[in-house]
Design a protein around this ligand. Sequence first.
Ligand code: KIV
Ligand code: ZN
Length: 518
Amino acid sequence: MSDQVIIFDTTLRDGEQALNASLSVHEKLQIAQAIERLGVDVMEVGFPVSSPGDFESVQQIAKTVKNSRVCALARAVEADIQACADALKPADQFRIHTFISTSDVHVQQKLRREFADVEAMAINAVKFARKFTDDVEFSCEDAGRTPIDNLCRMVEQAIKAGATTVNIPDTVGYTLPFEFQNILAQLFNRVPNIDKAVISVHCHNDLGLAVANSMAAVQAGARQIECTINGIGERAGNCSLEEIAMIMKTREALLGVNTNINHQEIARTSRLVSQLCNMPVQLNKAIVGGNAFSHSSGIHQDGMLKASNTYEIMTPESVGIAKTKLNLTSRSGRHVIKHRMESLGYNDTDYDLETLYTDFLKVADKKGQVFDDDLEALVFNIQQQDTQDHYHIEFLSVQSGGEFSTASIKLSAGEQQQIEAATGNGPVDALYRAIKAAVNIEFDVADYKISNKGEGEDGLGQADLVVAWQGRKFHGYGLATDVIEASGQALIHALNAIHRAITVNELKKEALAIKPTI
Ligand code: KIV
Ligand code: ZN
């Protein structure tokens, strides 16, 4: 049996479906590229039949990603599988992942069918998917609660029908590690054709056991783990990629398995996903939490000063956390910025040096010193700016005066310009009323928060908000030394996402309207 464990990342499918605001195509592409740099073998990037936006993002990622196999999800029905095949077509090679529930509770209560019907649907789905690709994954949803005889039967039939990977999900995060390991051991003992497919696991974290269960399954012979960055996913989330990858690296001698993950990309990828998904990482989260490598007590600090392995089983650098922190000033030149960015793991193709340098000088003039975190926040901000954005703030002025605060704004919307002024209860309220008057979109601000980015009390201010529009939610993000300006940018960012969603729907409607009927 191979000692390599395939890492299957589902941040953009299982992770994304659990967010309270959906990601734009541009944001999904950014995450997909980071996941590719991280070295995952397979990335599941959406459920194309679910919406035109999902279809488009799967298609864009299939066009762009070259070093990881791109995969999309389908229920065990032909229309879903056809949508996957259409969206994934631009990729050189791709995987279709189809699934159906196998537990009694799901088969009887959710699907309201007989197990034999479900089995027939699974066989048909796998055979249909094989018409488009020779890389087909089949999942037995709620496998953790499926009677073992039925599970063995389903796995055998799926492999016979042509599945090259068979996934055993603990969909509701119910099993215990020894129990899950036993399920895997029984499958390896009882399914006659099990050696014809890779056996995968997909564990949810409802009891906090997703990583432990995945590791137990690997010890029983599973050779693919499905996981997400920062463990995001339905309810309590999925198995966390960074934890499972660092377990296999740190304890490789004992476990005898390894992965293709570029561990030094872990911290950066985690920050990007947290930022774009508006999902903060808890401070004490293993590997990527803010405190994961900090030592607080005097006894620990004393030990660390004598030998770092007294209290550290892996180094922060091994997951890409920079050791030295440099502070730059307005006297630092372009080459220093470029060099610093290289040390932080960025290629000069990841950003435009001129734009970064201009933004850097503005911040340096206001703050005096610019730290690594500030620099990274600036690059992130530049990467969010989409040249196709419809709305731009040309000018804004806000006077704070309690409930009589006033704001005036000049906004460009495509070719047109709009000037508006408004009063409000506080400066942000006034600004948001002025923006609302200038755009033709009926929205509500559902959530809004300001946080300090970078270091020190004069760090950059970051505004994150969630805007509700026609039953959907959009995340907006803004960064500036002035929190009012950051708040304005965040709203405009969300409004641009809504505008893109309208455009995709309109294009879709147009495409449907001109489709010939035969
Ligand atoms: O949790 C689950 O069972 C899933 C399947 C679609 C693999 O996400
Ligand atoms: Zn899942």
